[in-house]
Design a protein around this ligand. Structure first.
Ligand SMILES: Cc1cc2nc3c(=O)[nH]c(=O)nc-3n(C[C@H](O)[C@H](O)[C@H](O)COP(=O)(O)OP(=O)(O)OC[C@H]3O[C@@H](n4cnc5c(N)ncnc54)[C@H](O)[C@@H]3O)c2cc1C
Ligand SMILES: *[C@@H]1O[C@H](CO)[C@@H](O)[C@H](O)[C@H]1NC(C)=O
Ligand SMILES: *[C@@H]1O[C@H](CO)[C@@H](O)[C@H](O)[C@H]1NC(C)=O
Ligand SMILES: *[C@@H]1O[C@H](CO)[C@@H](O)[C@H](O)[C@H]1NC(C)=O
Ligand SMILES: *[C@@H]1O[C@H](CO)[C@@H](O)[C@H](O)[C@H]1NC(C)=O
Length: 587
């Protein structure tokens, strides 16, 4: 099968899954649709029932005196969201806003389209319903800037750790019986497991031979080295917050979930108090819903800044250019950051055997993950590698190449031809702390238009040089004993852009990085702590309005953000409970 056929088959599988979706077999797991009246009043309105929003709704509705409404643009997660092995089919689906970036001059030639597909969940549970399920908290040093920018040591790692632990339900016996037990919770909602598959051992040894530490658990004391991955999977089910926080509490009679409804504006009174929202229901009716205490925006890093700007909170000139009345002039949409990712492939063990059948309750293939720094003065990793050991597949190139990363067909075809008869190691090498910044702006004042997303990729040239150095560092793994014993080779993808350079030279790798770099979908920073929200996540210069989601992260952590976003949501719920006189406790 060639690359284009693998791609078309994936689309067909998605279509078949969407037919099954019409049966709504999963509906019984989730709260039923709230019936709302125009101008109905709640204590709290949460805009977006994603990774953060669902957790906030859960924690606030623990207080029976609070009437809590979550408004979510999408519907219930389908079966393929609950079954871990099907995660590749959730991107670019009906559960995705399908937002694309503005075309950047500096990158993207290796992809099917020059603009990036900024996969962004439109479904209850948000990113936690469609993501790749990696559970990573980042490195303690990642949080120094958070404390500094918010002028509040409450955002330092030591004060975040209790909230990571609070949300967690660690299931892995291996970890619970180790000294790392201290770093994990067992009473939270978010079930966490790790897969320990035998194939990973030789790979960990290869990285150890290169001088990296092998970590039993990257969430413990140390955050540099190679390790097995923790996943938001438990009892064989994806831990979407739709399931762990809303579904699990669907009996609460003070928790209301309004699905397939898009919030179009935050409403204020004459004293700059947020008093409610305007929304468009599934049958295109415009309604107003009122919040007696607060509105909390958790619409994700792309839609949160859009909603704030539509509501008059954002850069003054930009809002005025769209005839929007300015409520609070703030740098909303600026400071956009992502983690860049590129794929590298290695020929590994010879294998003519058909692959073992894939199991539904785990990720498809064994994985080892690395966190590496080259600069000795840094405390956190500079790059991450997610190394998947992919069994020989005579059928065609991997789905990740053609469908998820959307590399051009010639690239995936060359990968397939080069790896015939061999297992491969497919590495996603991720730039953890890019210096480039992007921006989100309004395309128009119509709430149904997507925003403009300028990713800013490689606008700071140091990113390209650093990234090239990380690739050069990583590929040394081909010379380790194990890799040599299986005659490993870096696969030459024969990129037409890079034929001028000698394969493996620094110039070649720089060209490779520029061609292959794409988004890892870790957008953050568009309503940052310290510049748009204060340390209690209150939007500056207005009242009764907070933001809690990935957009408040002022800088990237050294890993994937979902666990971090859930930690932020846990903290927000405590801030709100304290301010409303409950001191963090509710019966
Ligand atoms: C494909 C993919 C793979 C990823 N893999 C990983 C991974 O393996 N590990 C990891 O840690 N992170 C991963 N991430 C990132 C992580 O999932 C996100 O950072 C996280 O989910 C962000 O949470 P959030 O609450 O900020 O936003 P979201 O979870 O996106 O929630 C926002 C919600 O708000 C809703 N919404 C938006 N606008 C409106 C509106 N106007 N009205 C009503 N509702 C609205 C959206 O529909 C959405 O459900 C991945 C992300 C993607 C897309
Ligand atoms: C996103 O695009 C896919 C593929 O074209 C489509 O099936 C899906 O309905 C779109 N999602 C939304 C929310 O429109
Ligand atoms: C290493 O990191 C330090 C501190 O972050 C920085 O000042 C220095 O320029 C870095 N060195 C290199 C070679 O990048
Ligand atoms: C592997 O070792 C050979 C021989 O020493 C060397 O020429 C080559 O550059 C090394 N490869 C990498 C990727 O470091
Ligand atoms: C933090 O303190 C600095 C200096 O006192 C001040 O300029 C800044 O506005 C403060 N930031 C926040 C978010 O409070």
């Amino acid at each position: 099968m060639d690359s284009a056929v693998v791609f078309e088959n994936a689309v067909r599988i998605q279509q078949a899954l969407s037919v099954i979706g019409t049966l709504m077999l999963t509906a019984y797991l989730f709260p039923r649709q709230a019936t709302v009246e125009d101008f109905e009043e709640y204590d709290f309105i949460i805009v977006g029932g994603g990774s953060a929003g669902s957790v906030i709704a859960d924690r606030l509705s623990e207080c029976s005196q609070f009437k809590v409404l979550v408004i979510e643009a999408g519907g219930d997660p389908p079966m393929e969201s609950l079954v871990p092995v099907l995660y590749p089919y959730l991107s670019n689906s009906q559960y995705d806003w399908n937002i694309t970036s503005v075309i950047e001059p500096n990158a993207g030639n290796g992809r099917k389209t020059k603009e990036f597909n900024l996969v962004c969940a439109r479904v209850l549970g948000g990113g936690s319903s469609i993501n790749y399920m990696m559970y990573v908290r980042g490195c303690p040093g990642d949080y120094y800037p958070w404390a500094r920018l918010s002028n509040d040591s409450n955002w330092a790692y030591a004060n975040n750790l209790p909230y990571f632990i609070k949300s967690e339900r660690m299931v892995s016996e291996e970890i619970l019986q180790s000294p790392y037990r201290l770093y994990h919770g067992t009473k939270g909602f978010l079930g966490i497991t790790r897969e320990n598959r035998p194939e990973t051992k030789k790979y960990l040894q290869a990285f150890e031979e290169l001088g990296y530490d092998i970590l039993f658990d990257v969430n413990g004391k140390q955050s540099l080295g190679y390790t097995l991955q923790l996943n938001t999977i438990a009892e064989g089910i994806r831990q979407t917050t739709a399931y762990t926080n809303l579904g699990a509490n669907k009996h609460r009679n003070n928790l209301y979930v309004l699905k397939r409804t898009v919030v179009t504006q935050i409403l204020f009174d004459e004293n700059n108090n947020a008093i409610g929202v305007k929304a468009l229901t599934q049958d295109s009716k415009s309604i107003t819903l009122k919040a007696k205490r607060e509105v909390i925006v958790s619409s994700g890093s792309i839609n949160t800044p859009k909603l704030l700007m539509l509501s008059g909170i954002g850069p003054k000139e930009h809002l005025e250019s769209h005839n929007i009345k300015v409520m609070s002039a703030l740098p909303v949409g600026l400071n956009y950051q992502d983690h860049w990712l590129l794929q590298l492939s290695f020929k590994m063990e010879k294998s003519e055997l058909p692959a073992n059948p894939i199991k539904s309750y785990q990720t498809p293939f064994p994985v080892v993950t690395g966190y590496v720094k080259l600069n000795k003065t840094k405390s956190c990793a500079e790059y991450q590698t997610v190394n998947t050991i992919v069994p020989n597949d005579p059928e065609g190139p991997p789905l990740s190449c053609t469908f998820n990363f959307r590399y051009k067909d010639n690239i995936c075809q060359n990968l397939y031809e080069a790896s015939k008869g061999r297992n491969t190691m497919e590495t996603a090498l991720i730039l953890l702390h890019p210096k480039s910044r992007g921006q989100i702006t309004l395309r128009s004042s119509n709430p149904l238009d997507p925003p403009n997303v300028f990713t800013g990729i490689f606008s700071d040239k140091r990113d390209l040089e650093d990234y090239t150095s990380y690739v050069e560092d990583f590929v040394k793994v081909v010379n380790t004993t194990y890799f040599k014993s299986v005659q490993s080779e870096i696969i030459d993808l024969k990129l037409p852009e890079c034929t001028d350079w000698t394969f493996g030279s620094r110039e070649y790798w720089r060209c490779y990085v520029q061609t292959m770099a794409t988004t890892s979908l870790h957008f953050i920073g568009t309503a940052s702590l310290g510049s748009v929200v204060d340390s209690k996540l209150r939007v500056l210069n207005v009242n009764r309005l907070r933001v809690a989601d990935a957009s408040v992260m002022p800088s990237q952590t050294s890993g994937n953000p979902n666990a971090v976003v859930i930690m932020i949501a846990e903290k927000l719920a405590d801030f709100v409970k304290q301010e409303h006189g409950l001191h963090g406790q509710c019966s």
